[in-house]
Design a protein around this ligand. Sequence first.
Ligand SMILES: Cc1ncc(COP(=O)(O)O)c(C=O)c1O
Length: 441
Amino acid sequence: MPQSSLRKTADLNLPLEGMGVDTVLADIDEYMRYSVHTNNPGFMNPLWGGMNVSALAGEIIASLTNNSMYTYELSPMATLIEQALIRRMCEIVGFGDGNGTLTTGGSNGNMIGMMCARYQVDPLGQRRGFDGQNLVCYVSEESHYSVLMAANVLGIGFDNVIKVPCDQDGRMRTDKLSEEIARTRNDGKTPFCVVATAGTTVRGAFDPIKEIAGVCSDNNIWFHVDAAWGGSCMFSTKYRNLMDGVELADSLCWDAHKMMGVPLVCSAFLIKRPEILRKICSHGDVAHYLFHGETEDIDLGRISLQCGRRNDALKLFLAWREKGDAGWARLVESYVGLADFLQALVEGEEKLEMVSSRSWSNVCIRYTSEGIDHDAVNTELRDRLIRAGRFMVSSSVVDEKKILRPVIANPAVTREGITQFVAEIIQIGDDILRGLPASSN
Ligand SMILES: Cc1ncc(COP(=O)(O)O)c(C=O)c1O
């Protein structure tokens, strides 16, 4: 339902006198009716979808027990579970003695990575304040906006986030990265962090991690990998090579709430040298009411930016116990396999085209025909597709072209559904060209 209509019809009044539990049940019905059903087979919109049942159980139990993650005393089991997850994820990345914390998402993980990088160049800043304007960070021009947000929060500023040009496949160009670092130094500023993206939001491109690690090591710059979207490739022997060299990074974020289908939010920040995470999260000993010396090593509140924190560990733990590494690998491979199938269909259709190469489960496509205004037609096409209600994909821009971006990250998506999706977008495109109204879809 369009925003304007829903605003008018939804009953959102907060009553002075409570209306009883029957109203609540009706409210839940209303809420469900107008929510996007991300477990629908036609949902191929952002970078997640569907629901892992074991993880859902973990989510419910975590709310039921309502513990907070700051101390072992308050959350003994959850603390041990989170540490077991972090240890395993560190092993998978290749951070032998690493550690980390679950966070609210890749955006937060990128910010913590940048905080660690800032600490490396200015360890005293935590006490006396930072001169962020002198620090420069580097990302690919196709990176996620969260790095800009982190630059804002950390006082570095948007202008000090250099967007390094990409090659034709959307991967950061390391020759350009080296040039930019040299230019920064000439300008008298301090390069302090490179953020590579493993799985870009639009194309699903993977920056060349090994090469970038070499540039960072030559220049003594902190190397953070934003693997929020692509990190799950590390489960698969078939796709792990997309992140070759990741063990050379200093830190990384990896969202379990994207491809792994764990309910939002569940995301890991991992670091090779844990003492730096402990330093940036330190706050003296003022919280004597909470932190007691005897469990200092295990109290997760000492390596987190949060105080009260949800238990996001249990849901990931239960899903992992259900699936095992092998189950995650099969999931990842099935998603990329379905994206291969979609690509093959698109390439077999005269009226559709791939607008980018692909390596992950993002498929950037558009409807095409000679002499049309591609951007206008594809914008209208998506609008009609969404209104028809059978499929939901996002739109975006690649190389200045308006595209449709189906992403496979939903266990309900099937080959049959993808075949119907392709038929439907061709049908809608044809209708637009023939001047038929949307209702005929
Ligand atoms: C590449 C990339 N990095 C970071 C993020 C932010 O992750 P989150 O939504 O978990 O904060 C996203 C979100 O889509 C992303 O695509």
